[in-house]
Design a protein around this ligand. Structure first.
Ligand code: GLA
Length: 402
């Protein structure tokens, strides 16, 4: 038997305690940080996220061939074991954390139904699955996409479906939209599936063309500091859906299918046609698409030191036009900028979560101290600060040793 890394050993023992057998393998998928391109994905625009060195790991084993086809899921963040007949999987039947892996099982089963008829779906064998994750929850780093993508690669292999990484990202998004109930775009799952070491994923959310853009942080002695404000966000409710609706309204009023069809040159025309708030929502998306394209060009020609001003401008646009920042995020960004960061912005859906700062490595201790001090002075909750490495996307079994 090959030697397992210590995490796999622990998970195998936990799996056995909960499900009564050894797992057949381990699959994993990362969370993400979005470098730039916020609320552009569901507008068919551009995003530039990268996968991070925090991952969800799934251990899975098939049920005995003659056993009834059940999905049985457990995790290290709950005592609950949730069990459901595969035939009963449906978005309405799912709740809590188990909606992520079971939502993926449902979405994959739907995919099988659509491509090869309902009989094939009934033939899918049952499984048990155990999840562990070190992606912080509620920090805006896509802990949910990490679980969805890890479950998706595991079930894709177990059920021998042969879906591509891009197809699995779409399955994860369907689970998130329909089983979890958050009307999110395709960015998080794409970053989790397609990430590469020291690179970002440049995704065109209209054509779904994905390109790996090297970040070259090490060569410039740069790193990306995440400041998790610990103000929790929830995309299944409120602001996110409202912003999405504003964007759709703006596109409809301008007679285009999505805001992606419009460019910075169209802004004066939009300003005449839209009410002030809808105009500002659209201006954020249109200028943000432009910033992503500029960032990719600059990364390719001049390197990461050149993108600082774009990160800063992206934050201003989210704060003032899209209005998805919160005082804690603004403070984190301001203190990072004043402390000499190359650039800083809130990242993710907003209304809480994390900011990122692109910093020179030697700056980190002073910058961290300044952020902590500023949060204490304002009476805010103590933020979590940590560096993230642009990392590989979802992987198959046994490669967590790197
Ligand atoms: C969340 C969603 C993504 C994307 C971002 C904002 O992370 O899951 O699809 O819309 O917000 O850029």
């Amino acid at each position: 038997m090959t030697e397992l890394n210590p995490l796999f050993e622990t998970l195998a023992a936990e799996f056995e305690a909960r499900h009564g057998s050894r797992p057949a393998g381990f699959w994993s998928a990362p969370g993400r940080v979005n470098l730039i391109g916020e609320h552009t994905d569901y507008n068919e625009g551009f995003v530039l996220p990268f996968a991070i060195d925090r991952r969800a790991v799934v251990a899975l084993a098939g049920a005995a061939p003659d056993a009834p086809a059940f999905a049985r899921v457990s995790s290290t963040f709950s005592d609950q074991i949730v069990e459901l007949a595969l035939a009963d999987l449906a978005p309405d039947a799912l709740a809590d954390w188990s909606a992520y892996p079971l939502g993926v099982a449902w979405a994959l089963a739907e995919h099988v139904s659509a491509t090869s008829g309902t009989e094939a779906r009934r033939a899918l064998p049952g499984f048990a699955l155990h999840i562990h994750s070190d992606v912080p929850i509620g920090a805006g780093l896509s802990s949910s996409a990490a679980i969805e993508c890890a479950a998706a690669v595991a079930l894709n292999e177990f059920w021998q479906l042969g879906l591509t990484p891009a197809e699995l990202a779409r399955v994860g998004q369907i689970a998130e939209n329909q089983a979890v109930g958050a009307p999110t775009g395709i960015m998080d799952q794409s970053a989790s599936m397609l990430g590469r070491i020291d690179a970002a994923v440049f995704l065109d959310c209209r054509s779904m063309n994905a390109e790996s853009v090297p970040l070259g942080l090490d060569a410039e002695d740069l790193e990306i500091l995440v400041i998790d404000t610990r103000v929790s966000h929830d995309h299944a409710t409120g602001g996110y859906a409202e912003r999405r609706a504003s964007c759709e309204r703006a596109a409809a009023e301008m007679g285009v299918g999505s805001l992606r069809e419009l460019s910075v040159a169209d802004l004066p025309r939009l300003q005449q046609r839209l009410d002030d708030e809808t105009f500002r929502r659209a201006r954020h998306v249109i200028t943000e698409n432009d910033r992503v394209e500029q960032a990719v060009r600059l990364l390719e020609t001049e390197g990461p030191l050149a993108i600082g001003a774009l990160l800063d401008a992206s934050h201003v646009s989210m704060r003032d036009d899209f209005e998805i920042s919160v005082p804690e995020l603004d403070l984190a960004v301001e203190v990072a900028q004043e402390g000499g960061a190359v650039g800083a912005r809130m990242t993710g859906g907003g209304f809480g979560g994390s900011a990122l700062a692109l910093i020179r490595r030697p700056q980190r201790p002073a910058l961290e101290a300044a952020v902590l001090e500023a949060f204490v002075a304002r009476g805010y909750r103590r933020p979590d600060l940590f560096v993230v490495q642009p990392s590989a996307g979802a992987t198959m079994k046994g490669d967590l040793d790197d």
